[in-house]
Design a protein around this ligand. Sequence first.
Ligand code: SAM
Length: 217
Amino acid sequence: MRLRNIPGAKDAIEESIYVIQNPQENKGCWDKVFPQNQPIHLEVGMGKGRFLMDMARLHPEINYIGIEMYDSVLLRAIQKREALAEEGENLSNLMFMRMDARLLPEVFEKGEAAKIYLNFSDPWPKARHASRRLTSREFLARYDQILTLEGTIEFKTDNRGLFDFSLEEVPEAGWKLEAHTFDLHHNEEMMKGNVMTEYEEKFSSMGNPICKMIISR
Ligand code: SAM
């Protein structure tokens, strides 16, 4: 997702109380960042943040961080968050970061994140861009550097090509496939507790089957 450049977005992000500025300064002390010291779950490529706002509301026992690399997109998430605050909803267990996920190992020590969500990640269809895919072996190695030993990754997409690529990358990168489906919305077991993302709603309403995998080490 890339929105038209929005003038003032950078300043608004730098001033937002919902954004963790200079995230690398928290490396090794993420247990002190949120009001409650509890497990941290990340969404990499959060987009406008709807999924994480719903998750944070449903799971106050988890701290969530949404990671997004584009100012214009992150600004939309901040604005939604501000609208929630105006309605009286605080969600103190949710923060955002503006960064490229390639830098995750510079921001978290091993064991500081317990789960990573990858929702409708950009497909990067050209073979020469494979290492940019968020489920490539290069990215799986980065996640390995920050997750707890029991840490898991949950990946959803409607892009069958990206999903098939990811199924091949998982064992190559030394990860284990715990569960998968090529049609999440008709899989009763895997649908339990499912929270729809913006892209999931859009593509499933067009009739696209949604694929999902859960992986661990
Ligand atoms: N997760 C949301 C959803 O399911 O509705 C948004 C999906 S959107 C297609 C993918 C998002 O990932 C885009 O907003 C893009 O900017 C972000 N993204 C892609 N690569 C990224 C990276 N390396 N680091 C951080 N964000 C990234």
